[in-house]
Design a protein around this ligand. Structure first.
Ligand code: NAP
Ligand code: ZN
Length: 367
């Protein structure tokens, strides 16, 4: 698509500014430059210059419209929900932020704020639907929300997180999705000392799962399809590594896990892992593969096993997680890329070739 056509697609409303961005124009074409509207900061808004944005496998699922039945993708789509940057401007009623502060935005930018879930600080389960950072409904400008593969964003203060200057900023970006999505279920299911915990898949989410499960004091076993990630898994905090294609190795762990966190992005056999749970153990899915994953009844009946799911985390818990990371010096292991390398990074994600999160240096948008 020519630059002239791209400009026509965006419609900045009165009072809004434009921002540079990268967008997917269809499920099958490469991401390319795009100009998007951003609203002028209202009284409760924080305007942020985006410095870094992590690359989540959800960006790739969305760009390719793999979640069409649950949430169809609206094109052009600007992904990105692991956003960190610097506050440029604040509205007159904003209390927590001032210009120059570091700030972050994760997977949601609003919710109804009045339902039982919102009142319980679980906005990700908002009964009227949270507003996703991208591919959501833009309540202010109309149309669709655009994410962090851009140079600026304007977000209501209630959905903006504080970032400690103690941590390397680029490594903080992935905490906004990969971090909270693993922290929240490990906390919810009370993972800690004396427990044996499995993490399945050493990608962006999985490597944060290993770090948190270790920090919470559990005995951590990492399951991977990639033998070449073994040394890294041990360095990141796993106590044992199991190559999941090796049946004999899996057998050694039968009936022994209190909790397993499954962070795999593609089709795989859940029954393999359900059999490794002890009585009343739980396997929680955080990975969201395109196709359904069959569960055999006997994988659950024998041992009274539970299979569960978990979606990101609420704003209060996300801030708690960021503060925990600042205190413990925890960040994501990242590989920095320029925005122009995004299509190659997606190809590598599909091959499980990620160590362990791509983060876009947003200064590259100007190139
Ligand atoms: P990622 O960085 O691409 O990591 C996925 C990992 O899964 C790979 O590195 C690989 O680990 C393993 N894997 C890939 N294909 C596999 C296969 N066919 N069989 C077995 N293992 C395979 O992805 P991510 O960003 O961590 O995201 C993981 C999933 O979580 C995605 O589906 C994403 O959409 C979803 N997600 C969910 C939430 C939520 O709220 N629940 C939030 C964010 C993301 P090994 O090389 O170690 O095998
Ligand atoms: Zn994500």
């Amino acid at each position: 698509m020519s630059e002239a056509v791209r400009q026509v697609v965006s419609h900045p409303a009165a009072g809004a500014a434009t921002a540079r961005a990268f967008a997917a124009y269809s499920p099958t074409t490469d991401l390319a430059p795009f100009t998007i509207p951003r609203r002028a900061a209202g009284p409760q808004d924080v305007q942020i210059e985006i410095l870094y944005c992590g690359v989540c496998h959800s960006d790739l699922h969305t760009v390719r419209n793999e979640w069409e039945s649950a949430m169809p993708t609206i094109y052009p789509c600007v992904p990105g929900h692991e956003i960190v940057g610097r506050v440029v401007k604040t509205g007159s009623e904003v209390k927590k932020f001032k210009a120059g502060d570091l700030a972050a935005v994760g997977c949601m930018v609003d919710s109804c704020r009045v339902c039982a879930s919102c009142r319980a600080d679980l906005e990700q389960y908002c009964e009227n639907g949270m507003t996703l950072t991208y591919n959501g409904q833009d309540k202010h400008l109309g149309g669709v929300t655009y994410g962090g593969y851009s140079d600026s964003i304007v977000v209501d203060e209630a959905f903006v997180l504080s970032v400690s200057p103690k941590l390397p900023l680029a490594g903080v970006a992935p905490l906004l999705c990969a971090g909270i999505t693993t922290y929240s279920p490990l906390r919810h299911w009370n993972v800690g000392k004396g427990q044996k915990v499995g993490i399945v898949g050493l990608g962006g989410l999985g490597h944060m799962g290993v770090k948190f499960a270790n920090a919470f004091g559990a005995h951590v076993v990492l399951f991977t399809t990639s033998p070449n990630k073994t040394a890294d898994a041990l360095r990141l905090g796993a106590h044992e590594v199991v190559i999941s294609k090796n049946e004999a190795e899996l057998q050694k762990h039968a009936g022994s896990f209190d909790f397993i966190l499954d962070a795999v992005s593609a089709e795989h056999d859940l029954n393999t892992y359900l059999k490794l749970l002890r009585r009343d153990g739980t396997l929680t899915l955080i990975g969201a593969p395109e196709k359904p994953l069959p569960v055999a009844a006997f994988s659950l009946l024998v041992g009274r096993h539970n299979v569960a799911g978990s979606c990101i985390g609420g704003i209060r818990e996300t801030q708690e997680m960021l503060d925990f990371c600042a205190e413990r010096g925890i960040t994501s292991d990242i590989e920095m890329i320029r925005i122009q390398q995004i299509n190659g990074a997606y190809q590598r994600l599909l091959k499980s070739d990620v160590k362990y999160r791509f983060v876009i240096d947003m200064a590259s948008l100007k190139q």
